[in-house]
Structure formats: C-alpha cells, structure tokens
Ligand binder design. Structure first.
Ligand code: UD1
Ligand code: UDP
Length: 373
C-alpha cells in the first residue's frame, strides 16, 4: 500500500484538498495521512470540521501576527520530523502559501516525491501577490506531479521549462468543494453566524466583501475601507456583508473604519458552508481572494477584484470578473455601476466555470493510481 501525506496549513488549502483527501480515502490502494502545520488555527479548524477531516498530526504552529521568516523556519523544522517519522511515498501540497513552499523544500531534501495541486498560476510579478507568486515558482521547481487547473496554467509551467509529461490539466479542486457545498446549502440553507436569520428575505441587495492580501496592507486597506464606507452611506438599503479575516493587519483598519454604519455587517470568518451560502445570496462580490475569484463565477455573481493583476485570467476573459485595484474612487464607481445599471450588471452576471467541472479530485486519484509504482 502506497503512503500518501497531505500537508497543509491554511483555510484555502484545506478547502481545496478536502475533496481530494475524501476521494483518496475511498481507494484501498493508498494509506492516507493528514498533517496540518496549522499556519492558520481557527480558520483551518472551521474547514476540517465541515469536511469531517481529523488530522493524524497537528503541528499547531500559528502564532499571532507571525512573520514569514519565523513561520517558514518552524514549518521546515517541524515537517522534517514528521516526514522522518511517517516516510510517505508521495506528499501533496496545494497552492502557494508559506506552508506549501516550506513543505516542498523539506520533501525535496528528503527525496520524497511531491504532487502540487493548483500548479502553474502566475502573474509574472515577483511582489504581487506577495509572497505567493514566488512560493508558486519555487514549488513548481521542486514538484514531481503538477496538477494544473487550466490550459493557461499548463502553458505557464511549460514556459518555465517544466517537463510536459509531468503536467496534468485537471480543473481546480475548489469547484469539487463548491459543488459539495452547493448541494448541501440547496437542501438545507445554513444559519449565518453574525447575521439575522431574515437578512436575505427583505429584497435588499447584498454585497459580499473579503480581503487579506499582504500587498494591500496599510494604504490599500485604508482605501478599500473608505470605498466601502462611502458606498454604505450612498446605498443605505444595500447590505455590505464582510466576514473579516483574522490577520491583525486586516482586523485593525476594518474595525477602525467600518464598525459604525448599520448596513455594514462586520462578522467573524465564516465556516465554508455559511460562506458559500452568503455568496449564493449575494448580488456582487468585492474581494482580493484567490479562491473566491474561482467560486463566485460559478454562481454567476459579478466579482470585482481589489488587485492590480490576477493569476486567474480565465474569468476576466469570460467577463464575470473585473480588476478594480485599490483606489477608493474606482472601487466606489465600479460597485455603484453594478448597483444602479442593470445592463452593466447583466453583462457580468453570467454563470461560468472556467476553473473546473467538479471532477478534478477524481482525475488526480486516477493519475496517481496509474503513475505511482
Ligand atoms: C495566508 C497565506 C496566503 C493565503 C491566506 C488565506 C502565506 C504567506 N499567506 O495569509 O497566501 O491566501 O493565508 O487566508 O502563506 N490568524 C488567526 N487565526 C487564523 C488565521 C490567521 O489569528 O485562523 C492571524 C494570526 O495573527 C496570524 C495572522 O493572521 O499570525 C497571519 O496568518 P498567515 O497565515 O501568516 O497569513 P495570512 O494573511 O492569513
Ligand atoms: N472562505 C470561507 N469563509 C470566509 C471567507 C472565505 O470559508 O469567511 C472560503 C472561500 O469560499 C474560499 C476560501 O475561503 O474557498 C478563500 O480563502 P482566502 O480568501 O482566505 O484565501 P485565498 O483563496 O486568497 O488564498
């Protein structure tokens, strides 16, 4: 029996690996071991709980306001011990976080093969997103299996000299997770912690907001808050629903600038099901998140991305995602257009799934079953 380790640390890695872990667990050819670095703590636990995944090893590394270097060092030393003890045949990492790069480096040192899920996303800008772009590039250099979500991501890898025989286009496992969640919420709409049960029943429009990118810390977040505050004042009948990321660099400005208006709902990060449920009920999504850019188009929700560039150009091309940067006037005017101009809204509100068909995990299991000898 081949031994597989899934090693991850943050909310999005957990969401995107959960369907794959569940799929591998159905296959008796593999022993599945889950190790969490817990680079995130509360936000990771929310996902593990919903997908009923109990880690075999929990390294519990998160520290408040951790620095990149300290976190990297801790992941390297702790994962080294874990891999020494478990000795897997293959490790799985997902995406572009500090956990992903640091784990891949240790696996390389130990000559353990690496499967990289969501490989090949690029902006070609070293500092945007920071530090994720370089985490991805370095992980691609170390990985043995590259599971690219789209044709574009495969092309990016080929451009960097990655061998085409090691690249597989699978779609993104986030759509597998989203479809699982969608089915559940359509059967039984969950309560949304922090929001009144009837919030979606009075016919008011809803704008969902998330944000956490490091390159937006400081001035960027101040501008985002200014835009949201002005919008909430101009549109008192619109609900602005903002589950606030736990990073103190986000909490501080958001609570300082946005906690005084009654149609701005600052709430704790939501579990995956309630979050998907809010997205489903929203009219517009305003975000700098990677995963949300992939999910919202599937529901036909216009997404305004508060960044200067994106490694996910497919939904921009499809017309449901638009880059608006962090200039407060630009954010204000783009949201205002979608709230007041129904033709402009309709042009963006098309349900598209450029990132997958919900079968990415099944494809990955098949590829590994056929390749791991
Ligand atoms: C991390 C990833 C980013 C990913 C994001 C998803 C890196 C460098 N960054 O950013 O790529 O898009 O997660 O959300 O890998 N915190 C808590 N509880 C939690 C989570 C975070 O209190 O459950 C606070 C802690 O003070 C922590 C801080 O947030 O030190 C920063 O967490 P960290 O994982 O370093 O960075 P993120 O901004 O969350
Ligand atoms: N998400 C969630 N609860 C929230 C906000 C987001 O479950 O309150 C989910 C969202 O559906 C998506 C993922 O978290 O799948 C995105 O995480 P995040 O934006 O933190 O990271 P990124 O995708 O930018 O790396």
């Amino acid at each position: 029996m081949k031994k597989l380790s899934f090693i991850f640390g943050t909310r999005p890695e957990a969401i995107k690996l959960a369907p794959l872990i569940l799929e591998f667990k159905k296959n008796t050819d593999f022993e599945v071991n889950v190790c969490v670095t817990a680079q995130h703590r509360e936000m990771l636990d929310q996902v593990l709980e919903i997908f009923e995944i109990i880690p075999d090893v929990d390294l519990n590394l998160m520290q408040p306001n951790q620095t990149l270097s300290k976190l990297t060092a801790k992941v390297i030393t702790s994962v080294d011990v874990y891999l020494e003890n478990y000795q897997p045949d293959l490790i799985f990492v997902q995406g572009d976080t500090t956990t992903v790069f640091a784990v891949s480096l240790v696996a390389f040192y130990k000559k353990i093969r690496i499967a990289h899920v969501e490989a090949g996303l690029r902006t070609w800008n070293k500092y945007s997103p920071f530090p994720e772009e370089i985490n991805r590039v370095l992980t691609s250099r170390l990985a043995d299996f590259h599971f690219a979500p789209t044709e574009t991501s495969k092309e990016n890898l080929l451009r960097e000299g990655i061998n085409g025989k090691d690249i597989f286009i699978t779609g993104n496992t986030v759509i597998d997770a989203l479809f699982l969640a969608k089915e559940k919420i359509e059967n039984d709409f969950p309560a949304i912690p922090g929001l009144a049960p009837d919030i979606f029943e009075n016919g008011n429009k809803n704008v969902l907001i998330t944000g956490h990118r490091r390159e937006n810390f400081g001035r960027g977040f101040e501008q985002i808050c200014e835009a949201v505050a002005n919008l909430a004042q101009e549109f008192p009948d619109v609900n602005f629903i903002y589950p606030v990321h736990l990073n103190p660099n986000v909490q501080k400005p958001v609570n300082k600038y946005l906690s005084h208006q009654k149609n701005i709902y600052l709430i704790n990060p939501l579990g995956y099901l309630p979050f998907v449920a809010v997205m489903y009920k929203s009219d517009i999504v305003l975000t700098d998140s990677g995963g949300v850019q992939e999910e919202a188009p599937s529901f036909g929700k216009p997404v305004l991305v508060m960044r200067e560039n994106t490694e996910r150009p497919e939904a921009v091309t499809a017309g449901t995602v638009k880059l608006v940067g962090t200039d407060s006037e630009k954010i204000f005017s783009e949201v205002k257009t979608l709230l007041t101009n129904s033709a402009a809204y309709s042009r963006m509100a098309n349900a598209v799934n450029p990132y997958g068909d919900g079968l990415a995990s099944k494809r990955i299991v098949k590829i590994i079953s056929e390749s791991l000898t």
